[in-house]
Ligand binder design. Structure first.
Ligand SMILES: [Fe+2]
Length: 358
């Protein structure tokens, strides 16, 4: 399932890889890969490899064009400074939210510099309140004024403290809140072929889509290399709804192999701190988990030659509307790390849902 792209210093046919003012080169795509078989998907999943499902949503995505247009408008309003709580109280959203979700508060999250606003809801069923403190939180993806990327994250309770896996009822209701505000979520959650693939892969009869994030990656934006391990889910499904994104995605053991291979070829007077760490694989593994891992970030996030190295290794993917990327996240040791860059000049919507067996 390896896909080959090439990274050039300049190219007439390709797209520039540009993230927050940093230029990595121009990416030119090889032929689009074909759809893997169910057995190839399961094998790759159990080997902790990312799985690219090209155009899998193409059959149903046209059904959600008005919802996607509405979501784009919503994103633009927030990007231009509208208050999230006020937009959610307008007729267009209030009519969707009522009667199940009642807005109970809003917070500007002063302790979180990337946060824009968090809006909190109670959930009602037949005149009975069944959950409180379900929330939708809008955040910038960076501090860069030239990066208009933002995301809407849905969860519940006290952020950073809550064991979300311990309360499947509220987790399910936070997912339902996403369906209400971004109904195009159903393009993923109800897609028959995708669900069959996921059920076979996870060996279960139903898959839950939890801890949902709706991304709007803008030109010059994206995410640094990271993972999404959280207790209670197996991995992440990312679906490109419109726009386009470039990805590097590989399991942590492979990432460490590639760091070691790259350093072995680099001049010996370069990367001295990282080289010392990498001589002890466990130390490198632990260091990557540190909140501050600047010596590694310098290599894996800001070195075009390392991007080139990973692209040549077959770890690059280009997601177009209708494409899905699956990323196993079972443990800190095996999880797929990934790095994202917006491609082209359109701010594109992507759905990132954690998957769990139900
Ligand atoms: Fe992620």
């Amino acid at each position: 399932m390896k896909i080959s792209y090439s990274l050039e210093s300049n190219s007439k046919e390709g797209f520039p890889l540009l993230r927050r003012g940093f230029e990595y080169g121009w990416i030119t795509a090889a032929a689009r890969p074909s759809m893997p078989s169910a057995s190839e998907v399961s094998k790759a999943w159990h080997n902790h490899e990312p799985i690219f499902l090209p155009a899998i949503l193409d059959d149903t995505l046209p059904l959600y064009q008005s919802e996607l247009a509405q979501a784009n408008l919503f994103m633009e309003q927030i990007r231009q400074g509208a208050e999230l709580s006020e937009v959610l109280e307008t007729e267009a959203y209030d009519s969707r939210l009522q009667p199940a979700f009642e807005l109970s508060g809003a917070s500007f999250e002063d302790n979180d510099e990337q946060a824009i606003e968090k809006v909190i809801f109670d959930c009602w069923e037949n005149d009975e309140m069944v959950a409180d403190n379900l929330w939708c939180k809008a955040s910038w993806l960076s501090f860069d004024e030239e990066d208009g990327s933002l995301r809407f994250r849905f969860s519940f309770g006290y952020e950073g403290y809550e064991d979300v896996a311990a309360d499947p009822v509220r987790q399910g209701l936070a997912a339902k809140l996403t369906d209400t505000i971004f109904p195009e979520s159903a393009a993923v959650t109800t897609h028959p072929t995708l669900n069959t693939i996921l059920q076979t892969m996870l060996d279960c009869s139903r898959v839950g889509f939890m801890e949902r994030i709706v991304y709007f990656n803008a030109p010059n934006g994206g995410a640094q290399m990271h993972h999404d391990v959280e207790r209670g889910h197996e991995g992440v499904v990312f679906a490109q709804m419109n726009g386009s994104t470039f990805w590097l995605a590989l399991s942590k053991p492979k990432l460490m192999d590639e760091i070691e291979a790259f350093l072995a070829r680099a001049p010996s007077d370069q990367w001295s701190h990282l080289r010392k760490l990498a001589s002890d694989r466990q130390a490198l593994s632990d260091y990557l988990e540190d909140r501050d891992h600047e010596w590694a970030e310098e290599l894996i996030d800001r070195t075009p030659a390392f991007f080139q190295h990973l692209i040549e290794g077959g770890y690059a993917y280009v997601l177009e509307p209708g494409d899905v990327l699956l990323m196993p996240q079972q443990s800190l040791e095996t999880c797929v790390w990934h790095s994202v860059i917006c491609l082209g000049d359109e701010t594109g919507e992507g759905l990132s849902f954690a998957i769990k067996k139900l």
